[in-house]
Design a protein around this ligand. Structure first.
Ligand code: AMP
Length: 634
């Protein structure tokens, strides 16, 4: 019998000696009070990691590095939109975070209160996140690309005491104003935050609501030297809520703890990302997504690294910009999404080799399937390993990856690697609920509880939804479902084969088709609509809508149909944000449904992608799919 690899042994121990394993990893962070129990799993599927401990995320990300690296870069803010570049050392970051924390306390924010952050990629957003953690407030960052309706539903769910925002972001040279969307969202929401803190970048006019809106710059002046100590919180104290799309129209608030998250991130920096303190990490994501939380803000800083926060496009002023930053700041680890790589693939590869990339160990890509041609192209272009990894907002860090920090292993393009330590991954046969052990057989990717540290604790305010959504969908057992299909080869490498539910993934951003359908349905001429994800060369998937009109005569001519399509897209832009806008809205007179009224989304999707729609014996109106086919080819 061959001896197991070092990584296989590492993974095995993380499952069979769970407590011993994570006790060792817990030494990677600072504790104000040590924990009594590694994992309290007395109430499955709810797990409490490091029960009895006291710690603080901001202390671990900032304060504890003051001793050894006070003058080293901590946060490097680069905006190619406003042509700003500013590096903050750990000492400076510490001062700015305390100022922001003092402002929050002045505005009445207390431990456990929610603070909603609706901001572009600016340094103040990082100060805001860390300041919340510092005082034990729970932050909820809402992606700046979301519009008033999306924002309002998150305000109502999180019930924030305060909101921190800015006048505007910028994208591709265009100002993207935020304040009017925020005001509209607050008007729409039932919950009204007491205070709104505005960072004024001088990009867009600001209408100030007296008594509610406060000016960040003015308040900062009052607290230049205020010291705000870290609030020591229980390990299980919620650090943040991050909303993500599911199969209903109502976004789910993924709730994360404090200690488990800190330990999981600290460990992942070493074992997965091969990142060492003192180096520079560059993740091109946005703070509005989970990658931004884990690998722009917390992960690198907890690991004592400088982190680059970048506002701008990968191609502006030219496609060399990211690589120029790698050279300038000696980036050792870079993290991006396959869509960004596909965007760069359309540019001259000379841009990627123009700069000295010798500091770079690897480029990690995640968030959506990484196709083999893109991975090969990218790796050839930068002459560095390109490493896929698979995870979700819910898990907060990778479920599958190559843990090169434990033992270097080959990458297989098309696969995000093997099950990561701590994750007891199983492939489940959907119909029988049996575990699939033989290689290359498709199943649902599930995880046996408890989930490792750092994963969601529950759905904010709705334990029942947490259990019902994630732990009750695998036939006959209680396992966490990822809602992804996958196969595992004989070497233990997984391949992800798409979602089992109606969630779609556009350029690495998760969108719920129900949310988009609800938005489109609010157009006065839409009677019924189906939204499906359709394969797209650049973005992986795009949303395509099929709408039945109340008055079809309004789309009788091509010109009218185009006008109506634009009007419907605008409804989505205004309510949810351009990120959710369907690529096309097609008009049909009936939607393909079963006799019991269930939408045949997979059949619609198959037709759009030129595939066989499968068994249609249950379809109510046999002409419906032909209409979809005609609409697609029109
Ligand atoms: P999000 O929570 O928005 O990060 O979306 C998570 C979903 O994105 C997963 O459930 C997968 O469907 C998909 N996903 C994330 N990473 C990968 C990857 N490396 N390969 C394939 N799909 C991925």
């Amino acid at each position: 019998m061959s001896t197991p690899s070092r990584y296989a042994e590492f993974h095995r121990r993380s499952i069979t000696d769970r407590d011993g394993f994570w006790r060792e990893q817990a030494a990677l962070i600072d504790w104000h009070k040590p924990f009594d129990q590694v994992c309290d799993y007395s109430r499955p599927p709810f797990a409490t990691w490091f029960a009895g401990g006291l710690t603080n995320l901001c202390h671990n990300a900032v304060d504890r590095h003051l001793k050894d690296r006070a003058d080293q870069n901590a946060l490097v803010f680069v905006s190619t939109e406003t042509e700003t570049e500013k590096a903050y050392s750990f000492r400076e970051l510490h001062a700015e975070v305390q100022r922001m924390a003092a402002i929050l306390l002045q505005l009445g924010v207390k431990k456990g209160d929610r603070v909603l952050i609706y901001m572009p990629m600016i340094a103040e957003a990082a100060f805001a996140i860390l300041a919340c953690a510092r005082i034990g407030a729970i932050h909820s960052v809402v992606f700046g690309g979301f519009a008033s309706h999306s924002l309002a539903s998150r305000i109502d769910d999180a019930q924030p005491v305060a909101i921190i925002s800015a006048d505007a972001g910028m994208r591709g040279g265009k100002v993207v104003p935020y304040k009017h969307l925020l005001d509209e969202a607050i008007a729409l929401s039932a919950h009204k935050p007491a205070k709104v803190l505005m960072v004024n970048r001088g990009l867009a006019p600001l209408e100030v609501v007296a008594g509610r809106d406060e000016d960040y710059a003015a308040l900062r002046q009052q607290h230049l030297n205020t010291e705000v100590p870290c609030e020591w919180v229980d390990s299980a104290h919620p650090s943040y809520i991050l909303y993500t799309s599911g199969t209903t129209g109502k976004p789910k608030g993924v709730q994360r703890d404090t200690a488990g998250y800190a330990v999981a991130l600290a460990a992942s920096m070493r074992h997965i990302y091969m990142a060492q303190p003192g180096e520079t990490y560059f993740s091109t994501s946005d703070i509005g997504w989970v990658v931004g939380h884990s690998y722009i803000i917390y992960g690198p800083l907890i690991n004592g690294m400088a982190t680059i926060m970048y506002e701008g496009l990968p191609t502006r002023p030219d496609a060399g910009i990211w690589w120029q930053l790698v050279e300038k700041y000696k980036v050792s680890v870079m993290f991006s999404a396959p869509t960004a790589a596909r965007v760069l693939k359309k540019q001259d590869p000379a841009y990627l080799t123009k700069y000295d990339l010798s500091s770079l160990k690897a480029l990690f890509l995640a968030g959506e399937p990484l196709d083999e041609p893109t991975a090969t192209w990218m790796s050839d272009a930068i002459k560095k390993p390109v490493i896929d990894n698979y995870w979700q907002t819910e898990t907060g860090w990778p479920i599958m990856a190559i843990c090169n920090g434990i033992e270097p292993a080959p990458t297989k393009y098309g696969s995000p690697g093997k099950a990561v330590y701590g994750f007891d991954v199983r492939l489940i046969d959907e119909s029988s609920g049996e575990e699939i052990t033989e290689p290359n057989k498709k199943g649902v990717i599930a995880v046996e509880g408890p989930l490792p540290p750092g994963c969601l604790q529950t759905v904010w305010g709705d334990d029942e939804r947490y259990v019902k959504t994630y732990w009750s969908s695998i036939h006959g057992s209680t396992m966490y479902s990822t809602f992804d299909w996958g196969v595992r080869d004989a070497d233990g490498y997984f391949y992800i084969l798409g979602r089992t539910d109606d969630v779609i993934n556009v350029a690495g951003h998760r969108l719920g088709t129900r949310e988009i359908e609800e938005s489109i349905s609010s157009h006065p001429n839409v009677a019924e609509v189906a939204v499906v994800g359709v394969a797209d060369q650049l973005k992986g998937q795009v949303a395509v809508a099929f709408a039945v009109l109340k008055d079809p005569s309004l789309a009788a001519s091509d010109a009218d149909a185009l006008k109506l399509e634009g009007a419907i897209m605008k409804v989505v832009d205004d309510q949810l944000g351009a990120v959710a806008r369907p690529a096309r809205v097609r008009f049909v007179s009936v939607l393909p449904k079963t006799r019991s009224g269930k939408l045949l989304r997979r059949a619609i999707q198959a037709v759009c992608e030129g595939r066989d729609p499968g068994d249609l014996t249950t379809m109510e109106d046999p002409t419906a799919l032909q209409q979809v086919r005609d609409a697609v080819s029109a």
